[in-house]
Design a protein around this ligand. Structure first.
Ligand SMILES: Nc1ncnc2c1ncn2[C@@H]1O[C@H](COP(=O)(O)OP(=O)(O)OP(=O)(O)O)[C@@H](O)[C@H]1O
Ligand SMILES: [Mg+2]
Length: 257
């Protein structure tokens, strides 16, 4: 992946914090590695895990890194990018991902999803890894349906590994009394902290070994701030110093969009 003009201007080999970074090029900071390890634990144990963090903290890229390392012949990945499709949508997604045509009646559809999940392990010897991103958007009824799906073989095993990824409100939602049954099934939870300036500077230094010192810290400050605020880089950034561009970005959030 070629660097954007502003990144080349600062001697960087690639554009940092882009959306298309391949998993192998992600910076393996401690929080990232911990999140990946927790996801792997859930996959190995067929357990339910919850990864939360603020916007841009690196939740989705952690999932991407964990999934990238899985053997696709032995794992069936079902990734839900946006779960705002009701309880029927949850079952339909699972059934389609497992190669069947969803049945019309909800009761039949539920049984079909449960049967397909069980068959995937028993007949094809493949572990289903169900990843639900933006899980803070799951409605209470969907969380309850998810719990019911984890009851395999008279509740002795879970027919899939489930990873819920969401913003910090997800933790609060799961701790509400009505979700106690689901909450007690969660085997691991982790809150991923956003990159701090030191980590951003170390990440940038990897991309340009010759680029160091004060400029590095300034650019890291700018990019860390941009990452947290999701403000767009201003046109002309490449012709100004990072500190000048940073001062354009730093300000009320509404100005930074
Ligand atoms: N370890 C990392 N190495 C390199 N870049 C990273 C890393 N973690 C995060 N990023 C950068 O931050 C961006 C945002 O990360 P990500 O999409 O995973 O955030 P998120 O926590 O899922 O945010 P949201 O809540 O908005 O979905 C990525 O596109 C990537 O550019
Ligand atoms: Mg995300």
């Amino acid at each position: 992946m070629a660097a954007a003009p502003w990144a080349s201007h600062y001697g960087l080999k690639r554009t940092p914090f882009g959306k298309t970074i391949p998993a192998k090029d992600l910076y393996t900071r401690q929080a990232h590695s911990e999140a990946v390890a927790r996801i792997n634990f859930c996959v190995v144990e067929s357990a339910l895990g919850v990864i939360t963090g603020d916007v841009g903290a690196g939740k989705t890229v952690s999932v991407r890194a964990a999934v990238d390392a899985l053997d696709r012949t032995r794992h069936q990945i079902i990734y839900i990018a946006n779960p705002a499709f009701g309880t029927r949508g949850l079952y339909v997604t699972i059934v389609r991902a497992l190669g069947a045509e969803p049945r019309y009646l909800k009761a039949e559809l539920m049984a079909q999803a449960a049967d397909l999940l069980a068959a995937e392990a028993a007949e094809r010897h493949r572990r289903v890894v169900l990843i639900c991103d933006e899980a803070h958007l799951l409605a209470p009824a969907q969380l309850e349906e998810l719990r019911l799906l984890t009851n395999g073989d008279m509740d002795s095993t879970s027919p899939f590994a489930g990873i819920l990824i969401g913003q910090p409100t997800l933790n609060r939602q799961l701790r509400m009394g009505v979700f106690a049954a689901l909450d007690q099934r969660i085997a691991t939870r982790f809150t991923i902290k956003p990159m701090d300036i030191g980590e951003s500077a170390a990440y940038l230094a990897l991309m340009s070994p010759a680029f160091s010192g004060q400029w590095l810290v300034k650019l890291a400050t700018l990019l860390t701030f941009r990452q947290h605020s999701r403000c767009a880089l201003q046109p002309g950034f490449g012709s100004r110093s990072p500190s000048e561009a940073a001062s354009d970005c730093i300000g009320p959030r509404s100005n930074a969009q």
